[in-house]
Design a binder for this molecule. Structure first.
Ligand code: 5GP
Length: 138
């Protein structure tokens, strides 16, 4: 059984992608807690931090910084949270290693709660992905 993220990697279901390399993929979270909420995944499927090989961890970290810099330039947030959940009790829902990049703005409602919802249509997600991707391409 492969994860929904593996299906995105294989192109079986769509995602608003902002960056891709051999080992990693970055795309918009379908249910963002803030505008620009992006996920960075290891293309190969490992459930969590505990099982991830070190090389994959490094690859995801590099992509996380690369995409974070593009988010900072393209969306001008005041800050950015990195969230990475391991285990159902920690709020993990998709058991395929991933990192959340969550842009933050002054007075945007306090600390990140993963249940918080930023209203977004698929068109909104594509538009913000285009903004970030164009910055990465520069
Ligand atoms: P977790 O709680 O496992 O750390 O986070 C999983 C995240 O994946 C959630 O924020 C959820 O909105 C996102 N997600 C779940 N299914 C999909 C999907 O099919 N496409 C995208 N782009 N994001 C998804």
């Amino acid at each position: 059984m492969s994860s929904i993220f593996s299906r995105i990697v294989r192109g079986e279901i769509p995602a608003a992608t902002v960056y891709e390399d051999d080992l990693t993929l970055a795309f918009m979270d379908i249910n963002p807690v803030a505008r620009g909420h992006t996920l960075v995944i290891c293309k190969e499927e490992y459930p969590d931090l505990f099982t991830l090989p070190a090389e994959a961890l490094v690859a995801v970290a590099r992509t996380t910084q690369h995409v974070a810099l593009a988010i900072r330039t393209s969306l001008s947030p005041d800050g950015l949270n990195i969230v990475q959940n391991n285990g159902a009790s920690a709020g993990q829902v998709i058991f395929h290693y991933h990192v959340h990049l969550i842009p933050r703005w002054e007075n945007d409602g306090g600390p990140v709660r993963m249940g918080r919802h930023h209203e977004s249509t698929p068109t909104d997600l594509q538009a913000v992905a285009d903004q970030i991707r164009q910055q990465i391409a520069r």
